[in-house]
Design a protein around this ligand. Structure first.
Ligand code: CA
Length: 238
């Protein structure tokens, strides 16, 4: 948790690449451009690092040991918590066929080796702006709620909302995926982390605290409880 909070504001990129020299070059250049970088050397490690580190974008090499880039992408698109995670496939030579296949299974964009760092950065920035996960001003907005990632502050209708660290991360996650229903297990996995074993009921406790802090007198309850399914940030009536 500490790592994620300290780095707030700088987008986190997971570089999935088995060529060590290329991974090192990418890390050097991306960090210089203000990104945080995590690395994975094969497909399985990539899936693990994605659950743990929750990157804002994945640079995914096509040819990887253990599990191919395409299989990683397919699995990411199957999971509700990573369905919208921006993915750029990196293909060797000009395997246009591969690139098309990559886009078909859900990659957002692709780039062909060898590529220039500038071309890669342009694609990454475009994708991050589009995903909205990392807005230019470091703020998330939903309805009348604003969450400032850099200052770690929340406000509603202009008044400050005081949240505990877990409620803040819970709201941040819900604001990144508005109007989507998440089960308690999905919220635990995404907000608490996959290796933290707490009861699903814990989610209810923090949702209750979040509601209490967010909802002033006469204000709409934007946290929707979906019976037998979970929770969503939504302005639809309960
Ligand atoms: Ca490779």
């Amino acid at each position: 948790m500490g790592e994620a909070l300290l780095g707030v504001g700088k987008p986190l990129v997971l570089v999935v690449e088995d060529e060590a020299a290329l991974a090192t070059m990418l890390r050097y250049n991306l960090e210089k451009q203000g990104f945080r970088v995590e690395e994975a050397g094969d497909g399985e490690e990539a899936l693990m690092r994605i659950s743990e580190a929750k990157p804002d974008l994945v640079l995914l090499d096509w040819m990887l040991p253990v599990m191919s880039g395409i299989e990683v992408c397919r699995q990411l698109r199957r999971r509700p918590t990573t369905r919208d995670l921006p993915v750029i496939m990196v293909t060797a030579r000009s395997e246009d066929q591969d690139a098309v296949r990559g886009l078909n299974i859900g990659a957002d964009d692709y780039i062909t080796k060898p590529f220039s760092v500038d071309a890669l950065l342009a694609r990454m920035r475009a994708l991050l702006r589009r995903s909205g996960a990392v807005p230019a001003k470091g703020q998330l907005r939903f309805h009348d709620i604003t969450l400032d990632l850099a200052q770690h502050r929340t406000s509603r209708n202009g008044r400050a909302v005081h949240l505990g660290p877990t409620e803040f991360r819970l709201l941040e996650f819900l604001m990144q995926h508005p109007c989507r229903v998440f089960s308690r297990e999905e919220l635990l996995d995404s907000v608490w982390g996959p290796d933290i074993h707490v009861e699903p009921r814990t989610v209810d406790v923090h949702i209750r605290r979040l509601r209490r802090a967010l909802n002033g007198p006469g204000e709409l309850d934007v946290v929707r409880t979906v019976r037998a399914a979970g929770y969503a940030l939504d302005t639809e009536p309960v």
